[in-house]
Design a protein around this ligand. Structure first.
Ligand SMILES: *Cc1c(COP(=O)(O)O)cnc(C)c1O
Length: 422
């Protein structure tokens, strides 16, 4: 595709874009009376216009029906998580039985590790990426300690080679092989939050299995960004949050995937709660936890309706747009962003995200060696919303559901101005 660094070109791209109509379904933060250039869907997705009516519906049904709402509400609350897990099947490549929507990401990570990190004195190590998101680091560190192991010994981190920013697949596979006698779990981010690198989930999963370990993934930056095929890739478990690319709103309920091959395995220990129990016995109030033989068997509590309703509304738009179409547009938009950034002079940064779009999602990470924070402030003053991550990265993520090629162009235009005034 030949790109051109002009507003006219960006406008034409928007006109040709079949997904462009979704933009008007969203609220944009305002800057000087105009829509801000919002390229921060990696951190918090925008609010779609259908959210308010969806929340009002639940408020009205609570008002009208009270407890009867579990059955009588327009959307009965009893299985509310399934309104979200159904549309997630195509986004995550899993059957509905393999998915559940509950809690928040870090909580789900702990719950999954209860089942999939069962260390023995022989096999107790966890392999993860160096520089993983802090919450993942803390979860793994404390799980390892909980089982009485020393994190210094039990956690192996794969790092980029000296002078490089990205982790090479061959290095990940080599360490998995080398540690195959002691490895209990390979737990990777799907996309590293800092570099934007998308890891080869099927290759890592296959290697983990060859080593006799489980493979789990944190899909915080993947869900709603890159379609994945968790079932076919044989991934053991995955977790994600819903407020980034999925636009579920602040604190929206996260989710978990458990592969079909495990869901029916009652020998796999899990922490129980009544909402994970076999439904036929749930209200019998009897002794003895009998988990549902599917991902919902990892649930604990009644569906958190008000933490799910905005996600339910947002997922309706994903279904209407289609994750495949979203990914195609996303690739093209991020490629356009790369092209535009390459035209810039007088500003000193490096794109550390992989060049190959099969190894990244929407996000580009711009690494500034000196004045990145200052430039981030200047962008903010000019109406751009992107985020800054210590020590030196500005993350820029055009979200295909609501961003336009013109947003990407205006972003470039503003940085060009910053650069020429520097
Ligand atoms: C955003 C993010 C989280 C956030 O976890 P919460 O429990 O939802 O606060 C965790 N891990 C990664 C990799 C993330 O990107």
């Amino acid at each position: 595709m030949e790109y051109v660094a002009t507003l006219a070109f960006a406008k034409e791209k928007d006109q040709q874009d079949p997904l462009n109509k979704f933009r008007e379904q969203f609220y944009f933060p305002q800057h000087n009376g105009k829509d801000a250039i919002y390229l921060c869907g990696n951190s918090l997705g925008l609010q779609s216009r259908n959210v308010k009516a969806a929340i009002d519906q639940e408020l009205a049904d609570w008002q009208a029906y009270a407890v009867e709402g579990y059955w009588a509400a327009k959307n009965p609350w009893l299985y509310y998580q399934q309104y979200c897990s159904k549309p997630l099947t195509s986004i995550l490549g899993a059957s509905q039985q393999e998915l559940t929507v509950m809690n928040t990401l870090t909580v789900n990570l702990h719950l999954m590790m209860v089942s999939f990190y069962r260390p023995t004195s022989q096999r107790f190590k966890v392999l993860m990426e160096a520089g993983a998101f802090p919450s993942d680091q803390y979860a793994i560190e404390t799980q390892v300690k909980f089982h009485g192991f020393d994190p210094e010994v039990a956690i192996i981190e794969v790092s980029p080679r000296p002078g490089e920013h990205l982790i090479r697949l061959e290095d990940i596979l080599e360490i998995i092989n080398k540690e195959s006698d002691s490895l209990a779990l390979v737990l990777f981010g799907g996309i590293n939050y800092y570099t934007g690198q998308f890891f080869d989930i099927p290759a890592i999963t296959a290697a983990a299995h060859r080593a006799g370990a489980y493979a789990g993934f944190d899909l915080a930056h993947v869900a709603g960004n890159i379609p994945v095929a968790l079932h076919n890739w044989g991934v053991d478990f995955a977790v994600w949050c819903s407020y980034k690319y999925l636009n579920g709103g602040p604190g929206a309920v996260g989710g978990a995937f458990v592969h079909e091959k495990h869901a029916g395995n009652c020998g796999l220990f899990r922490l129980g709660g009544w909402w994970g129990n076999e439904e036929s016995a749930r209200f019998k109030m009897e002794k003895g936890f009998v988990p549902k033989q599917e991902a919902e068997g990892w649930q604990h509590s009644t569906a958190q309706v008000f933490n799910m309703v905005s996600l339910k509304a947002s997922l309706e738009l994903f279904e209407a747009a289609g994750i495949g179409a979203l990914r195609s547009k996303s690739n093209d938009m991020t490629n356009y962003l790369v092209f535009l950034l390459q035209q810039l002079n007088g500003i000193n940064f490096e794109i550390i995200t992989p060049k190959n779009c099969n190894e990244r999602g929407a996000q580009l990470s711009l690494l500034f060696l000196d004045n990145g924070k200052e430039i981030h402030q200047q962008m903010k003053n000019a109406g751009i919303i992107v985020d800054w991550r210590e020590p030196g990265v500005i993350r820029v993520s055009p979200a295909p559901l609501y961003n336009s090629y013109q947003d990407v162009f205006h972003f470039y235009e503003i940085i060009s101005n910053i650069a020429s005034n520097a």
